[in-house]
Design a protein around this ligand. Structure first.
Ligand SMILES: [Zn+2]
Length: 268
C-alpha cells in the first residue's frame, strides 16, 4: 500500500505541469496574462496536451526576433528585476528536456565574472534565453570573441551587449601603477592589460565614485568598439540582424543603463 501511494504521488508530480486545465484555474494578474505572446500561449497549449519533446522544441521561439525587440526584452526584464517583480522564469521538466534538441537565445552578453552580476538574474531571463560570456573586466580577446562569434553566426542572436558594472575590481586594478601589479599571476596581468589603455586618462578625475563609474564606462566603450571591429559582428550589423550596445549595471540599485547611440559609445 505504501508503495502504491508513493507511485500515485510520483505520477501526480510528473503530470501536474501538463494537466493545468484539470486543476482549479489559478487566478493570475491581468498584466501577466497580457504579457504572454501567441508563441507562449501555443507552447502552454502543447504542454497541456502532453506534446512530445520534438513538438515543444519546434514551438520554442527566441523571445525577440529583431535587435529592437531584443533590447526591449532586456530592458523590461531588468525593470522587473530591480522593481521586485522578477518572474524568475522556470520550465517544466518536459520543456527543460526539449532544450537538448536546440538553443534559441536572443541575446549574447559579455559581462564580468563578478559574483554580484549574474546576467540571467539581472535581466530576469530563463533557460535558453541568453548566451552568456563572462570574464573579469568583460574584455574582448580571442576567447571571448570566439564565443560571441559563435552566438552571432550560428545562433543568430539579435543583440550583443557588453556589460560593465559598478565597483568592478578588474577595472580598479587596471588603474593601479604597473609596479603594484608585479606580484599578480601572469594571466591576471594579461586581462588587466586589456583594460588599461581605456582607463589611462581617467586618473585625472578626483571624486572616487565618479572616477570608477567613468573608468568602467570607458572600458565598456572600448570593448564595444573592439567587438564592432569583429568581422562576424560587422557582417551581421550590415544585414541589420544584430545591434551592439554597451551597458552599466549598478549593483546598489539593480538598474542597468544602456549605451546605445553613437554619441554614448564614442571613444574619448
Ligand atoms: Zn567586474
Amino acid at each position: 500500500m505504501k508503495t502504491r501511494l508513493t507511485s500515485v504521488s510520483l505520477l501526480a508530480a510528473i503530470l501536474l505541469p501538463f494537466t493545468g486545465q484539470a486543476q482549479p484555474p489559478a487566478t493570475k494578474p491581468a498584466t501577466e496574462e497580457a504579457a504572454l505572446t501567441e508563441a507562449d500561449l501555443n507552447l502552454r497549449e502543447a504542454l497541456v496536451k502532453g506534446a512530445s519533446m520534438e513538438e515543444i522544441a519546434k514551438l520554442k521561439e527566441p523571445a525577440a526576433k529583431t535587435p529592437q525587440e531584443a533590447i526591449r526584452a532586456l530592458k523590461s526584464g531588468n525593470s522587473r528585476f530591480f522593481g521586485g517583480t522578477a518572474r524568475r522564469p522556470e520550465m517544466s521538466a518536459n520543456e527543460r528536456r526539449s532544450q537538448i534538441l536546440q538553443q534559441t537565445p536572443f541575446a549574447v552578453i559579455l559581462g564580468c565574472s563578478d559574483s554580484r552580476v549574474p546576467i540571467e538574474l539581472v535581466y530576469d531571463q530563463g533557460l535558453g534565453d541568453i548566451f552568456a560570456v563572462r570574464v573579469a573586466g568583460q574584455v574582448v580577446d580571442p576567447g571571448t570573441a570566439g564565443s560571441f562569434e559563435y552566438a552571432v553566426k550560428h545562433l543568430k542572436t539579435k543583440i550583443l551587449v557588453v556589460m560593465g558594472h559598478e565597483g568592478c575590481g578588474a577595472v580598479k586594478a587596471a588603474m593601479l601603477p604597473p609596479a603594484d601589479l608585479k606580484a599578480e599571476p601572469e594571466n591576471v596581468r594579461y586581462l588587466l592589460a586589456k583594460i588599461t589603455p581605456s582607463v589611462a586618462e581617467i586618473t585625472k578625475i578626483r571624486d572616487p565614485k565618479a572616477k570608477m563609474r567613468e573608468a568602467v564606462m570607458a572600458n565598456v566603450r572600448q570593448q564595444v568598439a573592439l567587438a564592432k571591429e569583429n568581422p562576424v559582428v560587422k557582417a551581421a550589423i550590415a544585414k541589420n540582424e544584430l545591434a551592439v550596445v554597451g551597458a552599466f549595471y549598478e549593483i546598489s540599485s539593480g538598474q542597468v543603463d544602456f549605451l546605445e547611440t553613437d554619441e554614448e559609445l564614442r571613444l574619448n
